[in-house]
Write a protein that binds this ligand. Structure first.
Ligand SMILES: [Zn+2]
Length: 605
């Protein structure tokens, strides 16, 4: 066989292997997944913002902890009842999210019952004296004409999302996709060789099963726009999500491609990851924890994920898991403090607004914060390990696609700042990115190409054989893993539109080869009162350039030594400046208008 023919055969075999892998993930279940809406039987039907339900507690608007996807809501005094006709026969998984809100100082009795030929069998009954968001999931043996009723007695609101109805997993089913996205994890601390931190046995074992992208860049240095980038596949200066502007419905949401294939479930720790910010679209369940700052938020997250999978054995599933563990306050659980220096405090908040705090933290305090943060990452490793072990015991690990990444890093005065959101140096832009493919493919690979968190979902879509939509910045990483020649690409990181505080000057980063260029714009807003309290952000030159290969700590600014690199990036700089200039002027978007509409519907406005 000549060399060219051998290459063709090799390519054909590789394509066949890729096709087989896609088939593994796409193979239809023995009967299709269906999404079924409830019908209102009793109670006053309510219109509400699709994707999120609002209610009022006292005088305050309270957002339900979960998005209720396109179901039914009723207000009731006396009795409310919703009825679901699954339309399936035989062994069936029935899942739906619901929310109950008793009227002030009242309590509501809720029953979920199976209706069969005029007779009712209780499936679940409980009382709620305060707002409650949960889900029902069970394996039922259904007969023709069976229905499920969700009934509440008392006074308040009852909401149910669309139900997912599907046969349970058969042996060999359950190709699952997990995206594990703990918040605030520096890339160096969760490197496969564990970098400067303590050993992370779970992540290091996982690294042997996964492809590790050693130079993964966060799209922005803070949580909200970073996750908006992950879900939209667009950079921050293009999706333009800010604290007052949610992800617009006309922007891409990459889970739209996955939702037709399998249930899409998210457990997160709330705050920025909210339905209100437009992130919950295309989910069948978007569950936010009420205990965001809990010391053991990571343990609870994985317990919730496991309980969900055990109660709803879907043939295929996409699950996104986020926790604020590793975010300030640096507060590891007691069993993760053994390596800490003596006298270390239990919980420490870093200075949030930069280094000009009075008094500025001492070197001892800096080391204490680093140690506590490191112990948080150790704790996270322990709970990630527990979850991965359980996936193995449950026979789900080998067939699953598992991504481990984070939204941004954390700074400890490397460049005069603390916390995150304020600058774009490596301590903030470098994040872990591991992708474990089904069947052990690409296991143990290490790639040094600069890639981005915006590439995560395009890679998942590509792996599933789903077309990656046009108009996004993310690209599939599969060609890179297959060794195909990489297209020239400039990766970006920015806080140019969605600045963490309006007083911080906007800036963006470009990465090309080993070079990292930061472009600093002038501050758009002055605030002497803020500066007096927190310090004025340091003035920076317009352009800073670093060679990450010879200077990974980004200490030596070399733009004058490398004018050719700066000049080669000029077209990209100009393109981003044009995008930034399109910054939306209106601080409120359609979702907030819908929210007002929902409030009107509920009689609050
Ligand atoms: Zn974050």
């Amino acid at each position: 066989m000549n060399r060219r023919r051998m290459m063709l055969v090799t390519a054909a075999l590789a394509a066949a292997a890729a096709g087989a892998a896609a088939w593994l993930l796409l193979r239809p279940a023995s009967a299709p997944l269906a999404r079924v809406r409830f019908a209102v039987v009793a109670g006053e039907p309510l219109r509400y913002d699709p994707g999120v339900f609002h209610w009022r507690s006292g005088k305050e608007l309270v957002r339900a902890g979960q998005a209720i996807a396109d179901g039914q809501a009723v207000r009731f005094r006396g009795r409310a009842e919703l009825r679901l006709a699954p339309g399936h026969r035989g062994k069936t998984v029935v899942y739906f999210p619901y929310a109950v809100r008793p009227q002030a100082a009242g309590s509501v009795r809720v029953a979920i019952v199976l209706e069969r030929q005029g007779r009712e069998t209780p499936l679940r009954t409980f009382s709620a004296s305060r707002k409650l968001e949960h889900y029902y999931a069970a394996r039922l043996d259904l007969e023709r004409g069976d229905a499920i009723r969700l009934r509440a007695e008392g006074a308040g609101f009852l909401v149910a999302g669309r139900a997912v109805v599907t046969p349970p997993a058969a042996p060999g089913d359950r190709p699952y996709i997990f995206v594990l996205a703990p918040d605030n994890v520096r890339g160096d601390l969760m490197a496969p060789d564990n970098g400067p931190g303590a050993p992370l046995p779970a992540v290091q074992a996982f690294a042997r099963d996964a492809a590790c992208f050693e130079n993964a860049v966060a799209p922005t240095p803070w949580t909200l726009p970073s996750f908006a980038s992950l879900f939209s596949g667009q950079y921050e200066f293009r999706h333009q999500v800010t604290k007052s502007s949610p992800l617009s419905p006309d922007k891409p949401h990459l889970l739209a491609g996955i939702a037709p294939r399998c249930p899409v479930i998210q457990f997160n720790d709330d705050v920025w990851l909210s339905a209100k910010m437009g992130l919950a679209r295309h989910h069948d369940g978007f569950f936010t924890s009420a205990r965001t700052q809990d010391v053991y938020a990571d343990r609870m997250l994985f317990a919730n994920a496991r309980a969900f999978i055990e109660s709803a054995p879907f043939p295929a599933l996409f699950m996104f898991l986020h926790t604020y563990k590793a975010h300030a306050p640096y507060e590891p659980g007691a069993e993760f403090r053994s390596r800490l220096p003596r006298g270390c405090r239990e919980s420490v908040w870093p200075p949030i607004h930069g280094a000009q705090f009075d008094p500025r933290p001492s070197e001892g305090e800096r080391q204490e914060m680093r140690a506590l943060y490191g112990a948080e990452v150790e704790q996270l490793d322990h709970h990630i390990g527990g979850f991965l072990s359980w996936l193995k015991e449950a026979g789900l690990y080998d067939r699953s696609l598992i991504v481990l990444t984070s939204d941004h890093g954390e700074e400890f005065d490397e460049h005069g700042g603390w916390f995150h959101g304020h600058s774009l140096y490596r301590e903030l832009h470098h994040v872990p990115l591991y992708i474990k493919f089904p069947g052990g493919r690409h296991a143990g690979r290490r790639l040094r190409d600069t890639v981005s968190v915006v590439d995560v979902l395009p890679t998942v879509l590509d792996q599933l054989g789903i077309e990656v939509p046009a108009g996004i910045d993310g690209v599939s990483l599969l060609p890179l893993l297959r060794g195909e020649p990489a297209r020239p690409r400039v990766v970006a990181c920015s806080a140019a539109v969605s600045v963490f505080e309006p007083h911080i000057p906007p800036r963006f980063s470009l990465f090309t080869g080993p070079y990292h260029l930061i472009y600093n714009l002038p501050a758009t807003q002055q605030d002497p009162g803020y500066y007096a309290q927190h310090g004025r952000p340091a003035d920076r030159p317009t352009i800073e350039l670093f060679d990450m290969r010879s200077d990974p700590g980004e200490r030596r600014e070399i733009s004058r030594l490398q004018p050719g690199i700066v000049a080669s990036l000029r077209p990209e700089i100009d393109r981003i400046l044009r995008e930034v200039s399109k910054r939306r002027r209106a601080p409120q978007s359609q979702v907030f208008d819908e929210e007002r509409e929902a409030l009107k519907t509920l009689g609050y406005l």
